[in-house]
Design a protein around this ligand. Structure first.
Ligand code: TEU
Length: 554
């Protein structure tokens, strides 16, 4: 079995994990301090969001140097200590490689600006059209056009994200060589994993064309065929040569078919992919800055399609509810009141028992919820700030625009980790953390979670352990069950030794269910989030947000 199937990956947002210097910003020493906590949870790999030098316009996704450590977070010595201390407890480290674009502060872009032709060919520079329009009609994902004037020249550079994030020209072999050198630099430092940011956007066509009326512009640069060649090239020159590496590509608006290609082992590209369709089920007409309740049937159908599609074709999913770009899953699909922990357990079981490699985003394991900021100035994310301005200029009243940002902002997940009940939740000694601590830290914190053996934390710990004990969880095939049910998400997993049935009630209402006779007769309860013992013979009804996993030994 490949190395990544029975692993669980924990995502750390370094800026918000633990501050040891008192400057209000988390750091590498803070992560080192918390290694015993990670060990207690039982995870195998730690993914760190970008820790490289960066002007932090997009919190490190605007990299200005790929082989150094941002002094904000510490030194290269600190990093080496982190790697070796993690190694002592058998945890590997995964770095976040932002290879689609660099910061405009990067030396390459700066040299290009000064007229150096070699570096100008590192970026996507184009003249205006004959009619004076921008080179293409593409929009930046953070709002506004995707082109910006290139210094004093007549050219424009492409930036699919912020204006300070200039897209790289992967058609240039020198750019690809730089990327390989960077990966090998980190592999030599003992790094075992890479998360590749928006990896399906790197391969642009040689001729960049307008989206036609009615066409979505992202089709013009997403999943272009050449992308697969570039990834294979990286694989064969870098991580593919090192044993036990784990790679995941973040794929923006991708398809199942493409993701099979990216992750099928015979293609030598990546181990797995992040896709986002299941987290757009509360977007009205695909638009993020809207506010509607999520569609359960859509959520279930998307997850089922991806599970089946990938399972039937040897693709591999990265499984996640949360990350640094998403509001907290409990606010979207669970409950933030009385059923917070119970619904958290249900969401955790739903995800960890699916086919794929689960990711836990810091704080998810203690049931953190959105920070409930009340002022627009509490939000710092560039995307949120841009969106607020746009919403206002579209005529939305201030209160409504704020309500929208509160619900959808990426800062919802970026608020500091809640360690204990002390000031600023034990995250920092500074008066002013870089982003405010969530209002809930008196009720939701690591200290309390560790004291209660029934807490969500220990439920996650159990799920991680089960994955290592049962290959049906790490490697079994997936099949849907009760697909048309309006309240329950259920599925089966199977391999030569076991059959596993998983039922999840996504609602606060109780619900009747009928178990297959085979499971009533031969099954044993492997996992449940109910306090009382369960008799499968009398099992007819699921309580609010209940999860149950039933195992049959073949
Ligand atoms: O995100 C890529 C992406 O397409 C998003 O998920 C996007 O940030 C979000 O949906 C906007 O609503 C990656 C990183 O995860 C993100 O933090 C960066 O801002 C982005 O790339 C640019 O590097």
């Amino acid at each position: 079995m490949p190395n990544f199937k029975n692993k669980v990956i924990y995502q750390i947002y370094p800026k918000s994990f633990k501050d040891t210097t008192g400057n209000g910003i988390g750091d590498i020493k803070g992560i080192i301090e918390k290694i015993p906590y990670l060990k207690e949870l039982g995870i195998d790999v730690v993914w760190l969001n970008p820790i490289f030098p960066s002007p932090q316009r997009d919190n490190g996704y605007d990299v200005s140097h790929y082989t150094e450590i941002n002094p904000l977070f510490g030194t290269m010595e600190d990093f080496k200590t982190l790697v070796s201390e993690l190694k002592k407890v058998e945890i590997d480290i995964m770095l976040d490689m932002v290879f689609n674009h660099t910061s405009t502060q990067h030396e390459w872009f700066q040299k290009a600006l000064q007229g150096d032709k070699k570096y100008q060919d590192y970026y996507l520079l184009r003249p205006l059209k004959n009619n004076g329009e921008l080179p293409t009609n593409w929009e930046s994902k953070f709002g506004g056009p995707a082109w910006e004037k290139f210094g004093k020249t007549d050219l424009y550079y492409l930036h699919l994200f912020d204006v300070t994030q200039a897209d790289l020209n992967w058609r240039n072999p020198d750019v690809r060589k730089e990327m390989k050198n960077i990966l090998n630099f980190w592999l030599d430092k003992g790094v075992k994993g890479f998360r590749f940011d928006v990896m399906n956007l790197i391969g642009k066509d040689s001729l960049l064309k307008d989206a036609k009326p009615g066409q979505i512009d992202k089709e013009m640069y997403t999943d272009r065929p050449i992308t697969h060649d570039y990834i294979r090239e990286l694989n064969e020159a870098t991580y593919g040569l090192v044993s036990d590496t784990v790679t995941v590509g973040e794929m923006s608006s991708t398809t199942i078919e493409q993701s099979i290609q990216y992750s099928n082992p015979t293609n030598h590209e990546l181990d797995m992919v992040f896709s986002f369709h299941h987290l757009k089920v509360d977007y009205e007409n695909g638009e993020k800055w809207t506010k509607i309740p999520y569609s359960f049937s859509q959520l279930k159908n998307i997850l089922n399609d991806w599970q089946k599609g990938m399972s039937d074709n040897e693709g591999w999913n990265a499984l996640f509810w949360n990350n640094h770009d998403q509001p907290r899953a409990l606010n979207r699909f669970g409950h933030t009141g009385a059923y917070r922990e119970k619904s958290g357990k249900m969401l955790a079981a739903t995800l960890h028992l699916l086919r794929g490699t689960p990711y836990i985003y810091q704080g998810e394991e203690i049931g953190m919820i959105n920070p409930n900021y009340t002022d627009i100035d509490d939000f710092v994310d560039v995307e949120s700030q841009n969106a607020y301005v746009n919403l206002l200029s579209n005529g939305l009243p201030k209160q409504e625009a704020l309500a929208m940002i509160k619900e959808k902002s990426r800062d919802n997940s970026r608020s500091p980790m809640q360690w204990d009940k002390s000031r600023n939740a034990g995250f920092t000694d500074s008066q002013t953390p870089w982003l405010k601590v969530g209002k809930s830290y008196n009720e939701i914190n690591v200290q309390d979670s560790l004291r209660d053996e029934k807490s969500l934390f220990y439920f996650y710990k159990k799920l991680i352990k089960l994955r290592k004990e049962y290959t049906v969880i790490s490697d079994g095939v997936y099949a849907p069950y009760l697909l048309a049910h309006t309240q329950v998400f259920a599925y089966k997993r199977e391999n030569v030794q076991h059959e596993l049935l998983v039922l999840n009630n996504f609602f606060e209402q109780k619900v009747q269910v009928v178990l297959p006779t085979r499971f009533i007769e031969k099954g044993k309860v492997l996992l449940s989030n109910c306090d009382h013992p369960i008799s499968l013979k009398d099992y007819r009804q699921m309580s609010p947000f209940e999860t149950i996993a039933i195992l049959i030994e073949k």
